[in-house]
Structures are given as structure tokens and as C-alpha cells.
Design a protein around this ligand. Structure first.
Ligand SMILES: [Zn+2]
Length: 159
């Protein structure tokens, strides 16, 4: 196995943990990554090659942004509610609440912005640009072959 999904976030060659490995995150770009420790290539299946793969389903749903906004709203409510209940409105607690509140407002804003981008088609457009980048990468047969050699399912037309 050469992908970090099957090793639980560790380099398949040397076993050192991949920094900031969050298995829930998804993105586009080359799934071929290089281990900072041993320099060996490995696959990270959180990245998709749009040339021959579909976009992540969650990226095309407005509900994803709505869920993010609701999560931000929930954190805001808990933060404000907790502070109201404990009546710690001065000093440290106040600063902490202000920090969490600003952070949750940013999450709410991002969620709404994301949902609007899905609705207006702006997001689909930016994904199409990434598809063009992917086609560009795959036009290099050596790259396509390396991807296939590492165990990625590359359609024959690129090899
Ligand atoms: Zn390594």
C-alpha cells in the first residue's frame, strides 16, 4: 500500500506521521505527495484529479455551507450562553468570549458565503478551473504513469 489512508496518516515508506493529517478534509490537486522525512512519494486520496474524477459531492451542495453556518451559530450560542450563566463578564472570560464569538461569526459568514457560491454557480466555475489544471497535469504521461504506479486508478487514455 502506498497511500496514507490505509496507514492511518503515516508515510507508507518510513512510517513517520504526516503533519496536519485530517482525514475528513477534501481537496483537489495531485494525490502524489512527498514525505518530508524520507523524501519518498506517497498517495493522499484526499486530493482528486478532476480530469477523470467527479468533484467531491459535498462541494456542490448548498447544504454544506448551511451546516457550517449552523455549526458557527451553535458555537456562538454556547459561548454566549455559558458566559451569561456564569456571569463572568470581566477580564479573562470576557476576552475569551469575544474571541470565540468573532471566530464563530467568521464560521457563520464563511458558511453563508459558501452556500451563495454554490447557488450562483461560482463554485462550480472555480472547480472547472481546477479541472483544467488537472487535465494539464495528466497531459504529462510520465506523471500519469507515476500516479498509476503508486496504485491510483488512472484511465488508460492517459497512460
Ligand atoms: Zn517517509
Amino acid at each position: 500500500m502506498t497511500d496514507i489512508q490505509s496507514t492511518g496518516g503515516k508515510c507508507p515508506s518510513c512510517g513517520s506521521p504526516i503533519s496536519n493529517y485530517n482525514k475528513a478534509s477534501t481537496d483537489y490537486g495531485t494525490p502524489i505527495r512527498t514525505c518530508k522525512r524520507c523524501g519518498q512519494p506517497y498517495l493522499d486520496r484526499r486530493y482528486r484529479e478532476l480530469a477523470f474524477e467527479e468533484p467531491w459531492a459535498s462541494d456542490l451542495k448548498a447544504s454544506t455551507g448551511v451546516k457550517t453556518a449552523l455549526m458557527g451559530l451553535f458555537i456562538l450560542a454556547v459561548s454566549v450562553g455559558f458566559n451569561l450563566l456564569t456571569l463572568h463578564f470581566r477580564g479573562y472570560y470576557y476576552k475569551k468570549m469575544a474571541f470565540v464569538s468573532i471566530l464563530s461569526l467568521l464560521v457563520i459568514g464563511y458558511g453563508i458565503f459558501d452556500a451563495i457560491r454554490v447557488k450562483t454557480g461560482a463554485k462550480a466555475k472555480s472547480i472547472e478551473k481546477k479541472r483544467a489544471d488537472s487535465e494539464q497535469r495528466l497531459s504529462d504521461r510520465a506523471y500519469a504513469q507515476q500516479l498509476a504506479d503508486l496504485g491510483y486508478n488512472v484511465p488508460d487514455k492517459y497512460l
